[in-house]
Ligand binder design. Structure first.
Ligand SMILES: [Zn+2]
Length: 395
């Protein structure tokens, strides 16, 4: 796969959605992931991160106990396994931001903040202080529903939180689940009013406190949480897909002469988007976005919009990509040790799909990739080029 050089990473912070943290890495001009990784190994934050990972408390997933977790919720400072990371990701980045120890580039500040949060043992002591006896922690083999239920109660509803922590009220109790965007760094922003609420509850016993924590919320908030839980929680994630939105060609005009296009990529209930490129009908994004792959993966949806400041964004076309051929190839070659590049298969262009040409699936540097060229549908014109890459669960 060609990773075109792109030096301007200034839009990094504008990329929203899960996995966007990989943007920096993926849009760099280094041709292969492995050489990139090797370079980091000698750098400061990476070395510190890996020694943190080796600490005894961090050798098992903070949520389900699976060995050798390689993902981190930077919001809470815990090392977690890939299955739990999928659930964290589906809570939304405003609750739990997930980074990969291996695939993401870490800054010194991020590692510092991880060190300050204390690691799995310290964090669990706080967030699992009051697990009621009828509630069991999930295990490595637990269903995704049990896993999701626990993770949501632990981090989003904060039902098991330490009573002392509740006294100092790290979480704005009066706020609902859906107004939680203010909680990005959840543990420090409390208001006087919330504090009063906490103090009122101060002398109640621990377990009662844990339950009251959820009862204090509006009933409708809890129902909303339950509902979204059932949507997110039923899904077992089998891997990650990296979608590199390369470029658009001859896109539709939506403003007077031109458009300000951006692309939304959706898979199941997850969606991520690229940055907006102003005044350009042939935009080059070269922007990589990550999505978790659900067990029964629906087609990947691609939507292009024109960003308007004062009105609703205008539609500029859409397409669907069947990712099953790529997943099948990725499964077959997941453990392969073949080093040379080879073609594994292809998605054939036909009038039943929106492919401009056959989507060739290749094995390169041990990664299964596919290049896709899409004719945008339900619009007068426009072609979008995308590269897909599977990141298997073993990563
Ligand atoms: Zn886990």
């Amino acid at each position: 796969m060609e990773m075109s050089a792109q030096q301007d990473n200034s839009n990094l912070n504008n990329v929203s959605g899960s996995g966007s943290c990989l943007y920096d890495l993926l849009s760099s001009d280094t041709p292969s992931w492995s050489s990139q990784r090797d370079r980091w190994k000698s750098s400061g934050p990476r070395g510190r991160l890996e020694s943190l990972m080796r600490q005894s408390g961090n050798r098992f997933c903070a949520d389900c106990g699976s060995p050798d977790p390689k993902w981190v919720s930077t919001s809470f400072g815990v090392f977690i396994c890939i299955k739990c990371s999928g659930i964290h990701r589906s809570l939304g980045v405003h609750i739990s931001k997930v980074l990969s120890v291996k695939l993401d580039e870490w800054t010194d500040e991020q590692v510092d903040s991880l060190v300050n949060l204390g690691g799995n043992t310290v964090v669990n002591k706080k967030y699992e202080a009051c697990i009621p006896s009828n509630h069991k922690k999930p295990k490595q083999s637990s269903s995704s529903e049990d896993r999701s239920d626990f993770i949501r109660r632990k981090y989003e509803l904060l039902q098991f939180l330490d009573c002392d922590e509740q006294l100092s009220c790290p979480f704005p109790l009066s706020h609902g689940i859906n107004s939680s965007s203010s909680q990005t760094n959840s543990s420090s922003n409390n208001t006087g009013q919330d504090k009063k609420q906490c103090e009122k509850q101060g002398n109640k016993n621990r377990i009662g406190q844990a339950f009251r924590n959820s009862w204090n919320r509006k009933d409708s908030d809890y129902k909303a949480a339950k509902k979204s839980n059932s949507l997110a929680g039923m899904v077992e994630f089998v891997g990650l897909i990296k979608v590199n939105v390369v470029k658009g060609t001859n896109l539709a005009v939506r403003d007077v002469m031109t458009s300000d296009p951006y692309v939304i990529i959706a898979l199941g209930h997850q969606s991520v988007k690229t940055r907006v490129i102003k005044n350009n009908l042939n935009p080059v994004w070269n922007e990589s976005l990550m999505l978790s792959i659900p067990e029964h993966a629906p087609p990947l949806k691609v939507l292009v919009y024109d960003k308007d400041t004062f009105t609703t964004d205008d539609f500029m076309g859409e397409a669907e990509i069947d990712i099953q051929p790529l997943l099948t190839a990725a499964k077959a070659y997941e453990k392969s040790t073949i080093n040379e590049s080879m073609q594994l298969g292809k998605s054939v262009a036909s009038k039943d799909n929106s492919l401009v040409k056959d989507g060739i699936i290749t094995l390169e540097d041990g990664m299964v990739k596919q290049e896709i060229s899409l004719r945008l549908q339900n619009v007068e014109r426009g072609v979008l080029e995308i590269e897909l890459e599977c990141v298997p669960l073993t990563q």
